[in-house]
Write a protein that binds this ligand. Structure first.
Ligand code: NAD
Length: 269
């Protein structure tokens, strides 16, 4: 894999802006990409960071001509590169109001077959990567007088689902990291929240979910379907916007079609 670069490029003419700037990690695919689109639609300037060069190239083509978009290649586990990329984007925007930590990987492997390497890799990206990016952003936000960080946890970090022996704890840790950062950063007017999605139809899920797993989800999600990535964006925008959620911090919001709260259900035909 190519080493992360801190060089950040813009892609063309200016669009209608609200003056605010956000960075989205994992912004080249799935939930991150849907949030990039939604933020741009709401007038934000948006920095897209991802480690996937091909996906970034698609993002570059998609937003060509939009000067509100900046794009950088980054592996979030590479601390010096992450700090450099976030500082460079904040400098280019002249501010940093929001961060969405969407970069993450998953796996569905039985506990007895899970290699320690895989366990460590999932924790490194999902937990350490989120910490590195959130801390770098928070240092800038502190100087600036405030900001909002949204981490992407998972319903797998709340309840035990099969095969998630590494992924589940990684997302549980993201939830606790969110709560601790919310406490430590509240005095600097930096809010830290997380969303905990249920199954969302993204490239990650297409790679991991077998037909049996899909059936299992449909059976246990009261709304009986997967979410579209776009169904995550309203909550993320709400959490990033101090006008809408200025007193909301340390919260984990499940967006899961009712999965977390579900008890006894009748199976449908
Ligand atoms: P996705 O694979 O479509 O997008 C994830 C992006 O993160 C990819 O573009 C990938 O290149 C990037 N990424 C992975 N490792 C990275 C790294 N080390 N550095 C930088 N970028 C990296 O998947 P998605 O489903 O959109 O997942 C986004 C987030 O949502 C993840 O944290 C995932 O765990 C979480 N999540 C997804 C679901 C779901 O059902 N899709 C449910 C709950 C939580």
């Amino acid at each position: 894999m190519a080493k992360a670069k801190s060089a950040v490029k813009t892609t063309g003419k200016r669009s209608r802006q609200n003056g605010r700037a956000a960075i989205v990690t994992g912004g080249a695919s799935g939930i991150g990409l849907a949030c990039v689109e939604a933020l741009l639609g709401a007038g934000w300037q948006v920095g897209v960071l991802d480690r996937d060069e091909k996906a970034l190239e698609r993002v570059r083509r998609r937003f060509r001509g939009n000067r509100a978009v900046r794009i950088g290649e980054l592996d979030v586990t590479d601390e010096p590169a992450a700090v450099a990329a976030i500082n460079a984007m904040a400098k280019a925007f002249g501010r940093l109001d929001g961060v969405l930590n969407s970069a993450g990987i998953g796996a569905d492997v039985h506990v007895l077959d899970t290699p320690v390497d895989l366990f460590r890799r999932i924790l490194d990206i999902n937990v350490t990567g989120t910490f590195i990016v959130a801390r770098a952003a928070a240092r800038i936000m502190k100087q600036q007088g405030g900001g909002a960080i949204v981490n992407v946890g998972s319903i797998a970090g709340v309840r035990g689902s099969k095969g998630r022996v590494a992924y589940g704890p990684s997302k549980g840790a993201v939830h606790t990291l969110t709560q601790v950062m919310a406490v430590d950063l509240a005095r600097f007017n930096i809010r830290v929240n997380a969303i905990a999605p249920g199954p969302v139809e993204t490239p990650l899920v297409k790679a991991v979910h077998t037909p049996e797993v899909r059936q299992g989800w449909i059976r246990h999600v009261p709304m009986r379907r997967y979410a579209a990535p776009e169904e995550m964006t309203g909550t993320v925008l709400f959490l990033l916007d101090p006008a809408q959620s200025g007193y909301l911090t340390g919260e984990i919001i499940a967006i899961d079609g009712g999965f977390r709260g579900a008890g006894m259900m009748l199976l449908e035909d």
